[in-house]
Ligand binder design. Sequence first.
Ligand code: ATP
Ligand code: MG
Length: 569
Amino acid sequence: MTEDHKGKQEETGKKPSLNFIESMIERDLKNQLHGDKVLTRFPPEPNGYLHIGHAKAISLNFGLAQKYNGNCNLRFDDTNPVTEEDEYVQSIKEDINWLGFKWANEFFASDYFDQLYAWAVKLVEMGKAYVDDQSAEKISETRGTPTRPGIESPHRTRSVEENLRLLEGMKNGEFNDGEKVLRAKIDMASPNMHLRDPAMYRIKKAPHHRTGNKWCIYPMYDFAHGQSDFIEGITHSLCTLEFEVHRPLYDWFLDQILEDKNAYRPRQTEFARLNINYTIMSKRKLLELVEEEHVTGWDDPRMPTISGMRRRGYTPLSIRNFAEKVGIAKRNNIIDVALLEHSVREDLNKISQRVFAVLDPLKVILTNYPENKEEEMMAVNNPEDENAGKRPVMFSRELYIEQEDFMENPPKKFFRLAPGGVVRLKYGYIIQCNEVVKDQSGNIKELHCEYFPESRSGSDTSGIKVKGTIHWLSAKHAVPAELRMYDRLFSDEDPSGHKDKDYREFLNPDSLIINEKAFVESSLRNAKPLDHFQFERKGYFSADHDTSSDKPVFNLTVTLRDSWAKISG
Ligand code: ATP
Ligand code: MG
């Protein structure tokens, strides 16, 4: 529960309403369907890095376990050796840990290969499964359509003995990939296409990241998932809506295997997957972006992966809060990416150290400030956190301000610096612009200003009225930094939603602009990767893992402007 929700609950004295999955769990607990037990699982396939959609499923499964004093297992659904790798296993564990969740047990579907095979043999013995020699193309051709029944395979009537022998042969590597497949014998005329003799095992002569060369046949998702849930004693198996049509098959396999129809069995419940505008969440496409080098890797800060968001400077809390705000629905919808950015700002506003950085420097010389004088101005570290204290920022005769904070011919309401005008330097003095110095081609080179010694912040006796306050850096103390300025990776709201266009056509050419003329406070030489900062008036930034004391490097996490607060407030 967020602090926000708790507050509301205290105010009204009412419990926040339950989502439909919570209602179901509370009903099951009341009926003691599984006693007091609640055991969920998060079942990623280790064929890519986790993305923000997974974060929703993680928050849901781990969150329910926490709420109902239960547990959540981490189960790698590693049934396809061709696309799965240990690198992905490791990254998935790192990401779940980073989000702040602890799994009760770490399992792999491959832990169950022996048991799954034994069940396959059992189905063959029961006359409920057969080995088909037809090619994948032929099988898909003869599957029919939702309105037209499929055609039964000529091998459907093979004897149990022959099927057992062929299945054993498949297991022993006697056939090549695609030559044979084990199918469940259900109903080629079923209105549910998933019940038209679905595949249970296929041959894949590829080494598996855990079982090596022990197996050359691998169970299909549908034959592995429900049984894995059953083996682990999962009470509530939650998955996304596209699996709703698989549910009869999930139940069918359990029906065949469970001798006691009244005994415990897991049950599948579907919820809407997370979709976010301007964002792609298919692992296949994310892998393409990495392999084709449209991004620098899975953890490129523009990627919607957990590792990308971490590197970008998003916090675990902001992602968990986002998942909670999105909530759980039964219908697919599209969430505005501005809501995610809003959650990020909300958390960063509370925790980020404020610092000065000048992104687009304009030199200012204080003509009446002594040459060798230096002062320490005390700057507030975080106005949202009383305990964050203050830090010294060096002040001297030559400064940098932002180009955009000066206008030679300002419009009426421009309250920053202009010829003859005054402005306050935050935590410093009030200055007045006396002269605009230009180079031969007429570009502004520097400003000559005077400062008012009595106007120092905190002890201002000058009586001068100013309307604007700007940030600055002392030129001799400022440290050059590299700022990686990120924008959306895609310039279209629904990049993969165009029939006639590839999603890559909508890659935003300006999604990364490197700023190499910026300066930051000297304290930022010590920034550690992933440290969060608010560059005052500019945005939230996070130190990249490329940062060093010689050359600090920062990623733009999110700008200060909050379009979501504007929409919703
Ligand atoms: P993708 O389509 O991105 O490859 P997937 O569903 O194939 O995703 P899995 O590793 O199989 O990826 O997913 C692990 C779990 O995460 C599943 O329970 C799945 O339902 C859930 N999940 C995946 N994507 C989303 C999403 N966008 N929103 C909510 N849950 C998701
Ligand atoms: Mg999947």
